[in-house]
Ligand binder design. Structure first.
Ligand SMILES: [Zn+2]
Length: 207
């Protein structure tokens, strides 16, 4: 069984965690949260996130995080991120992290808050911070970037199987294409890779 840890589309070609939108019907697995780009406008309010605590389809809070390239001032993003990390701790949900050029700040917040929930670094491409992200114990989710990014392809062998997730995010690639590429690069059969990701999914999301 294929698992897509983060997508913005509802494709039903795998077990997928759809990053919810207003159009979402909430009857499939989804993640819920305020994206850093929206942290000023607060499209959802925090109590709405907390109210999802009883919903078994709501698997994660996300995507949330920090983005130094796009979005409101970093201080505003930080407040919004921290508030949601605290909700994740309260309602026991892993967090899907959006991080653009802000790994140091994210790490600082992690050190301050000492969260117990798993953090998943989604859309990972930045090889230079790989070691640090692994050391902090985050799960790493790889998406379309793996198709053409040679540095990332090379670094993939340093990601332990137990810390790996796969995703399509907002790209139009299929999750099967990502699996095929990663299985070749990791020297695994497709079914071996499926088993690894499925085990990670069940362990992290307690399913
Ligand atoms: Zn996304």
């Amino acid at each position: 069984m294929l698992v897509n840890i983060h997508t913005h589309y509802n494709r039903a070609d795998s077990i997928e965690i759809v990053n919810c939108s207003e159009k979402f019907d909430f009857t499939r697995y989804y993640s819920f949260g305020i994206h850093p780009w929206d942290s000023e406008t607060n499209i959802l309010n925090f109590s709405e996130i907390e109210n999802k605590a009883q919903d078994k389809f709501m698997l994660a809070i996300g995507e949330i995080g920090l983005d130094k390239i796009k979005g409101p001032a970093l201080e505003i993003q930080k407040t919004c991120f921290i508030d949601q990390v605290l909700i994740a701790e309260k309602i026991n949900r892993p967090v899907i992290i959006h991080c653009v050029k802000a790994w140091n700040e994210i790490m600082e917040i992690k050190k301050d808050l000492q969260p117990k929930q798993t953090w998943i670094f989604h859309g990972f491409t930045k090889v230079s911070i790989l070691e640090s992200v692994l050391q902090e114990g985050l799960m790493i989710s790889i998406g379309a970037g793996i198709m053409n990014n040679l540095k990332l392809q090379e670094a993939l062998k340093n990601i332990p199987n137990e810390q790996l997730f796969l995703e399509t995010d907002d790209s139009h690639i299929t999750i099967l294409e990502v699996y095929k590429k990663v299985s070749t690069l990791k020297n695994l059969s497709l079914s071996e890779l499926e088993q690894i990701i499925e085990n990670n999914f069940k362990r992290i999301f307690r399913i």
